[in-house]
Design a protein around this ligand. Sequence first.
Ligand code: HEC
Length: 125
Amino acid sequence: MSVIDRCALLRVMPALFLANALFACSDNEAKSMRLSDAEARIFINQKSCNACHEVDETRIGPAFRDVATRYEDDAETEVDRLAEKIIAGGAGSWGYVPMISYPDITSEEARAISLWILELNKPKS
Ligand code: HEC
């Protein structure tokens, strides 16, 4: 994802990210939008993902860490599929209970949160 995409994403995220956005947008190395843990948790709260998901516990939906483990060998292709599924909703990967759709989440936001989920098991640098 280009730096411009990252800037576009940060513009649609709450003003709280503004300081970070200004910093990030001058960072030519920001090839792919990566959310910090704090940003990701705010997003998950705001969008009520946490009504059904926890990082470490299976609830109505799978634990995000289990999602990371299942797709760890295919993270590069899965990131886009998961982003589309977050927006469109759907069932069948973990059971019969469907995930609700989020038509108001942008593809950039969906991709960023998918990437954060997929990298949960990676050691933090
Ligand atoms: C109403 C409950 C509910 C909410 C709210 C919810 N999910 Fe889910 N989610 C589920 C269920 C159920 C599944 C399993 C779907 C399946 O079996 O394919 C799931 C699956 C997923 C998966 C894995 C999909 C796959 O194909 O493996 C991801 C990633 C995910 N959710 C992210 C999110 C994010 C991000 C949000 C908030 C923007 C969110 N979910 C909100 C219920 C929910």
